[in-house]
Ligand binder design. Structure first.
Ligand code: GLC
Length: 651
């Protein structure tokens, strides 16, 4: 609904802040006015009846204006450049890596000296896993933040971060950082004040005098970490209250039904935007709204809040894209891109967690059918939004795809998941994997999987057995998994260490602050002496590093790989092979991946609908041309092999 009052209010706020609406700041003014109604309406969908609603809206407006005013000239120029490029983040030229600064190289300063590692590999987007202050021993890998603006001293200082950001600019690198929106550490000053009895800050969290309301909530809320943090509430003896703690007991859930929380967290979001963050990863957005009687995940108000945040960001700091880390069911993930009039106007990115897990499904079964059953849903992603594609990240691998997908391949969902868990845990007879089950819930039978890409692909066991053939096979599997995730559409996000074949790191077991959480086994401490092996031809490190580098460079060469919603799955008539075509104008790119350990053959007819006879294809990976009929009617793909074909036009 159009509301002229809002425009007047915003105009007044802009003038009070001396924004030059007709001159230098005219573009900002235009964005602000263009988005004002959306911001106001979204805000009121949630806070219309809140007694502090109106006052907090004025504060929210000021936060947006201040964010713009304090944005540096360099970032404003970048905003403009990105705007001129349109959807800059759909480009095939971006490849990311996610890393823990301390485990990767010690601290932020040293990271500045390691940028050549990324450059050599071709990585130009860094996701620094949380570096802001978080209490040692109860940090959840930095996801329990006690100060959103102070870099934790074990990583260095804010100045170090700013200086690395500047260095990254020299080579055009992008930066991704988290905002941990759903909760704070119990050591955050808001939580400390709440604990001391301050009602203002008690209202920043979900606090209750007794178990009546918590018990009602518990009836419908699942447990996220059932082994290490059962239940969703924690007793706080200092103020004699129960506080909601969906994740660990030291992570207090923020109460977004209080508009002051939104205003303060938006201010923190802009703090990151103005540090030069290109992609803001909103941690655990599925959880930010709670309602008794529901599972407190994916509620409509969580989407309204994300849309509101997105609109505010478009107005003040438009060059920052938003990634919603919603690791939820396939149908729910899709909604984070926006729905209805907000289609493609909520999160710019989501993790393709479904496809990630389905890759692991294919690898364990050699069967592509469960993955294919998920595609009609996944291809609904709107144009203008994109995926983060990956094989591995710092978290566990959940097998949260739908039962109907498993059934459509003729498998029983319970037995199928049981097999996958045992396969990756390594307990299934003959399994080459070495992982572990994470967060097993005996009440529901659910469990997720921990382990590095290399260990899950069999490298750890193969090295232990000194089995050369098994080592070769696991290297092929690693590359198959990476290649499959690199060309699907979206920004590939490598996990540090995977580019060098790091196996599980069991040192976490000696640290009481980590030993309760086996996700640490796949968060390795990098050994830079070992990394030097990339210079020795034939070493595992050298083979994986340069093959990964090659995959990235192929991506960068081919604009067709940008996320233009241009993928169609093919029918190779074998369950072992996943194959698709991507099209852009007259160009076509075919990804062909054999998930079986045996060679597989597909008919050249697979390509016939798109290509004139004879079919001529150039494989960018082997750098070799293939022509249909040369070796018979079929194209053969090695066990765990793949082709990255481009059509060669007949002259
Ligand atoms: C996200 C993070 C995960 C963390 C959780 C709670 O899912 O990726 O590592 O444990 O949020 O903050």
């Amino acid at each position: 609904m159009y509301n002229s009052f809002i425009h007047q209010q915003i105009n007044a706020a802009l003038q009070n802040n001396h924004v030059d609406i007709a001159g230098a700041d005219n573009l900002f003014y235009t964005r602000m006015i263009a988005n004002a109604n959306a911001i106001y309406n979204l805000y009121n969908e949630i806070y219309n009846e809140h007694p502090e609603g109106e006052r907090a809206f004025a504060q929210l407006t000021d936060v947006i204006i201040q964010a713009y005013i304090t944005r540096s000239a360099v970032l404003k120029k970048k905003d403009l450049e990105k705007e001129n490029r349109g959807y800059w983040f759909l480009s095939n030229e971006i490849t990311g890596m996610s890393l823990y600064v301390d485990r990767f190289c010690g601290d932020i300063k040293t990271l500045g000296d390691k940028l050549d590692h990324f450059e050599k590999l071709g990585v130009n987007l860094l996701h620094l896993l949380p570096v802001f202050e978080s209490p040692a021993g109860e940090s959840d890998g930095g996801y329990a933040v006690s100060d959103f603006r102070k870099v934790d001293k074990r990583f260095g200082t804010l100045e170090d971060l700013k200086s690395v950001r500047k260095k990254m600019d020299n080579t055009g690198m992008y930066l991704m950082q988290d905002i941990v929106l759903n909760h704070t550490s119990r050591r955050h000053k808001w939580a400390e004040k709440a604990r001391q009895g301050d009602p203002k800050y008690q209202d920043y969290f979900y606090m209750f005098d007794d178990r009546v309301v918590p018990d009602e909530y518990e009836k419908a809320m699942p447990e996220i970490f059932p082994e290490s943090a059962p239940g969703n509430f924690t007793w706080v003896p200092e103020c004699s209250k129960w506080v909601m703690t969906v994740f660990h007991n030291y992570q207090w859930d923020l109460n977004f039904s209080n508009p002051a929380v939104l205003v303060d967290m938006l201010d923190n979001i802009f703090f990151y935007a103005n540090l030069g963050v290109d992609i803001l990863r909103i941690d655990a957005p599925a959880f930010i709204w709670k309602r008794q009687g529901t599972n407190c995940q994916n509620l409509p108000q969580a989407h309204t809040l994300l849309r509101l945040i997105k609109q505010c960001v478009i107005a003040a700091t438009p060059g920052m894209a938003i990634l919603g880390e919603a690791i939820v069911s396939p149908e729910e993930i899709m909604k984070y891109f926006g729905t209805g009039e907000y289609l493609a106007k909520e999160c710019d990115f989501a993790y393709n967690a479904t496809q990630m897990a389905l890759q692991w499904d294919m690898l364990a079964t050699g069967d592509t059918r469960v993955m294919l059953a998920a595609q009609p849903g996944l291809l609904k992603k709107p144009l203008g939004a994109s995926w983060i594609t990956y094989t591995r990240c710092h978290d566990d691998i959940g097998l949260a795809y739908d039962d109907y997908m498993i059934r459509s391949a003729g498998y029983d969902p319970y037995m199928h998941r049981k097999y996958l868990k045992e396969y990756y845990e390594g307990s299934f007879p003959g399994s080459p994997s070495k992982g572990a089950l994470f967060s097993s819930n005996p009440k529901t039978g659910d469990a997720r999987i921990s382990g590095t890409l290399a260990s899950l692909c069999g490298l750890e066991k193969a090295i232990e057995a000194n089995d050369k053939a098994a080592i070769d096979q696991s290297v092929n599997k690693i590359l198959l998994m990476q290649a499959h995730s690199f060309f699907l559409g979206g920004v590939p996000m490598l996990f540090y260490g995977d580019e060098l074949g790091y196996c599980n790191d069991y040192s976490y077991l000696d640290d009481p602050g980590k030993s309760y959480d086996n996700r640490w086994m796949h968060r390795p401490v990098i050994d830079w002496e070992k990394n030097k092996k990339i210079n020795n031809p034939g070493t595992i490190e050298q083979r994986i590093f340069f093959a990964t580098q090659k995959l990235i460079s192929i991506r960068k060469k081919l604009p067709i790989i940008g996320d233009y919603k241009n993928l169609t799955w093919l029918h190779p008539f074998t369950i072992y092979v996943a194959a698709y075509v991507r099209t852009l104008g007259d160009d076509r790119f075919y990804g062909v991946f054999n998930f079986s350990h045996k060679p597989a053959s597909i008919s050249w007819a697979t390509f016939a609908a798109q290509e004139a006879a004879p079919v001529k294809l150039y494989d960018h990976f082997a750098q070799k041309e293939f022509v249909s009929g040369t070796d018979g009617e079929f194209l053969t793909i090695d066990g765990y092999g793949f082709y990255l074909f481009e059509n060669v036009r007949c002259k």
